[in-house]
Design a protein around this ligand. Sequence first.
Ligand code: CUA
Length: 311
Amino acid sequence: MDALTGVQSALNPQGPHAAVIHEISWVLFIGALTIFVVVMAISAYALFAQRDRARKLRETSLIIGGGALFPFVTLSALLVYSLVRANSLSAPPDSSPIRIEVTGEQWWWRVHYLDENGRRAFETANEIHIPVGRTVEIALSSADVIHSFWVPALAGKLDMIPGRTNRLRLLADRPGQYRGQCAEYCGGPHAFMAFFVLAQAPEDFERWTARQREPASLPEGDRTGSRLFLAHCAACHTIRGTPAEGTRGPDLTHVGSRTTLAAGMLPNNAGTLAGWIASSQHLKPGNLMPSFQQFKGEELRALAQYLESLK
Ligand code: CUA
């Protein structure tokens, strides 16, 4: 029953926006089911009842009432209901929202947190932390093709379109880890374009943001890993506080603090980091990062340990 109660289920809403969508879905489904059952019952009556009884169904008033008036009234009512309910999804939040920009890229999510003045405070990737009980406004855009941002347990689905910014609001009622998934086919490994939203108690969220704003801590002891990173990875990745300032790939300043790797694909640890560096093309064919097969075993281990230490 994971589909009903799991971390990626629209049938298990964890916030008011998702709850509205959940409610509309059930009202429309039950409405449609009721009408279907009634129509089938009348059809069965027409087919199987005694002739003179079935003939009553031919009365003009019944045909106009059931065939024209009833659908018109019911469909109009359901339309008005769903428009009014859905309208509350775009109502402005009462307090100042947390503002985040998420950019879809093949096949991962670039995430910028904005400060109170709307300036970019820090960058991260593939993992969105939010405080419970506070509205989050996410500006969605794309760097390449059309993607679609969907965290079923928290909000509806919204496309990320190149050259356009769409705004999505969401709010989590309780702490938890909710899975999101790209919901628009965007090329080969589209199915591996996932992410997690981590809803946290406000003080945990504050602690997390304070940490994320800081530059990376310097490695203690052996510097092999950071040296290799600067030589091979810095053209595409940033680690704030070091000369690595590449922007093509995810910002790795605090990569060790993330729960997953490669956009929700792998759990994040030294082993999967090494595996990803050596075989990223095998794991996610066509992504911008080549497989780095030139590293010796101990070099790969040093590099992975360095990245894992970036908490
Ligand atoms: Cu991005 Cu599908």
